[in-house]
Write a protein that binds this ligand. Structure first.
Ligand SMILES: O=P(O)(O)OC[C@H]1O[C@H](OP(=O)(O)OP(=O)(O)O)[C@H](O)[C@@H]1O
Ligand SMILES: Nc1nc2[nH]cnc2c(=O)[nH]1
Ligand SMILES: [Mg+2]
Length: 162
């Protein structure tokens, strides 16, 4: 288990994805538009939708890589390779976050020339990313809005009683 959690709301995710789009809008090949976005599913799907809207990009490809079961890391399994995008030149390879870098290493072996972007980055995986927005510490687990729901919490005074 991680030693701390960082909870991201829908609003914050939207804001952070738009901040990522600002960083990417003039970084396409020759300063022009990107050929398309390759989303690493599942986590990259919603960031890809928001970034695609902001960059007016209509071509979305996907590569599916399963690395974690809940918070436990395993060997990365490519359940769907990208159907198009060649070696990735001119394409954005997009994921929600990089942690150890295991998933991105696998994705980059399929699309070595792609520009790699994530919304969040932890120190161990950061060197694999060309563009990101927010860094969190390695011992932090990021909780996305699709992983959580609001629930009752006891008043502070009551929780003190043990
Ligand atoms: O840098 P890493 O240590 O590889 O961790 C990052 C990856 O882990 C999560 O995916 P996960 O395997 O949980 O699959 P999912 O996107 O389908 O939820 C996340 O979406 C990243 O893709
Ligand atoms: N949701 C989530 N998935 C991850 N996969 C690897 N690290 C993380 C993390 O911090 N949060
Ligand atoms: Mg993922």
């Amino acid at each position: 288990m991680a030693s701390r959690y960082y909870t991201v709301t829908w609003e914050q995710l939207h804001r952070d994805c738009k901040a990522l789009a600002w960083r990417l809008v003039e970084a396409g090949p020759g300063g022009g538009p990107w050929k398309g976005i390759v989303a690493i599913t599942r986590g990259g799907l919603i960031p890809a939708a928001v970034v695609a809207r902001e960059l007016e990009c209509r071509l979305i490809e996907s590569v599916s890589i399963v690395t974690y079961q809940d918070e436990a890391i395993g060997r990365p399994l490519v359940t769907k390779p990208p159907a198009a995008a060649g070696d990735g030149a001119g394409w954005l390879l997009l994921d929600d976050l990089v942690d150890t870098g295991t998933t991105l290493r696998e994705a980059k072996s399929l699309l070595p020339a792609a520009h790699v972007a994530t919304v969040y980055a932890k120190p161990a995986g950061k060197p694999l990313v060309d563009t990101f927005v927010t860094e969190v510490s390695q011992d932090t687990w990021i909780l996305f809005p699709w992983d959580t729901e609001p629930q009752f919490v006891a008043p502070i005074a009551r929780s003190r009683l043990g």
